[in-house]
Structure formats: structure tokens, C-alpha cells
Design a protein around this ligand. Sequence first.
Ligand code: DHB
Ligand code: FE
Length: 279
Amino acid sequence: MAEIIGGYFTSHVPAIGGAIHRGDQQTPYWKPFFDGFPKVHEWLAKMKPDVAVVFSNDHGLNFFLDKMPTFAVGAAAEYQNEDEGWGLPLYRPFKGHPELSWHVIEQLVADEIDPLTCQQMLVDHAISIPIELAYPSVAEWPVRLVPIGINTVQHPLPSARRCLALGRSVHKALASWSGAERIVVIGTGGLSHQLDGERAGFMNPDYDRFCLDHLASDPDALTKHSIHDMVRLAGTQGVEVLNWIAARGALGPGAREIHRNYHLPISNTAAATVLLEPA
Ligand code: DHB
Ligand code: FE
């Protein structure tokens, strides 16, 4: 049977890609963020996942405001990285796992959660940066991807409760997959940040701490806020924590935190990096 080895959660601020490109990891601005990663590297080297089920949001690369799926599952054999406007260096393509993607899709539809299915999908900074952070010096990406997109961009957004249900349905699919894959679940984005409007630059360490403190032990606590509460508490883009909530659901019923790093600001974002293991 496949094994879910754990969950890796991190922010996906595009400026991180620039810092990696310039080799700025040890500069005073960047060090407190990159200091969260040796533990991630050690853990991945020990756990050796070969598939990553990644919950993230598209930022206008696959879906613009004219066509916006609430949930989208990639079922491609390969995913090209393209830059949607941040001037980031492009990464080599990521291999997919279409058989597992379709198994996930079958489970979601059986559970009456009906996603857009994408046999072609591009990968933006929300996936490329977390994977590059996880594997900074590899010749080949060690993981094949099952990308799952959540609309955190154009309202109406799915509720936190619905995102947790999405994740839990994905967990059923992963737990019933008969292959021998070692699966890491990834949630990207957040934590609190707002890029636009009167509150541009808004961050909220109190709400971030609430999310971090409940993610492993009581993810249902994160579903008590409505989307409008979440926008107020986390900022307009901080609602990307929906990706974390879904990824937590995919990990299974019990989880324990084995690593946490939190630092702000990184660009406009309160950045966090977390590892969870199933418990
Ligand atoms: C920033 C954060 C994001 O999540 C994103 O998608 C783009 C930019 C930022 O803080 O600069
Ligand atoms: Fe984002």
C-alpha cells in the first residue's frame, strides 16, 4: 500500500525565488526564513517521498478571472513551469502521476466534490517555489506531482469547511491507493498577507498563531471562521491558508507537528514553514 509520510507546508512568496537565484539565503533579511529549511531537507532525505500531492492556488497562469474553477485537479504526465509575471527563473518541468490523479478525481466525485479535471496544467510560483525550497540541489525532481488547485483568488471562495472536506476526500483516495508510493502532502501559500487595497501590507501574527497551533491537533477549529472572517483576519491573500487546511485534511485524522518556523515579513507576507507527521 502507499504510505502518507507526512505534510510539508510553506509560504510561496515569489521573492523567495529571486533570493534563491541570487544566493541570498544567508543575508540578514533572508536567513530567518531559510533557517527553517535544514530540518525540512533532513526530513525529506530520511522519509524519501516519491509523490507530492500539492494543494495550492493558481495566480492567473492557468485560470484568469473569466474562468475560475473552485477546485481543479491536475492529471497530466508533465507540468511545465511558467512565470506569470514575477520575472522568476523557470524550473525544469515536473513529472506528473496521472494514474494517481485520476484515482483522486474518482474519489472526489464519488464524495460529491466535483473538481475541474486538467490533463494540461501549468505550474506557477505556488508550486515551483515550495518544491525548489524542499530540494535546493537536485539534478532531477525526486517527486512526481498531483497538483490540486483551490480558488483563493476570485470570490466566492470555498469555505474552510469545504476545503477540509476536500482534503479528507483526498486522504481516502491516498489511503486506498494500492501502489507502493511514498506520498508527501504539501500545502502552500499564506500565512497572513494582503497585497492590495487600503490594508496592503496587513499581517496578523495572532491569527497565524491560532492557525499554526490548531493545524495538527484540531484542524476543524480553523473552519469556524467564514471566508469574510478569514479575509478580515488573514488579509485578502492570507486566505491561501485554505490550501493548508485542505492539505491537513489529506494527511488523515491524527497529526503531530515536528517542525515549525515563522518569520515576518518576507515581502508582504508572514511566512511559515511546518512539517507534520501522521499520528
Ligand atoms: C506575495 C505573496 C504571495 O502569496 C504571492 O502569491 C505573491 C506575492 C508577496 O508577499 O509578495
Ligand atoms: Fe500567493
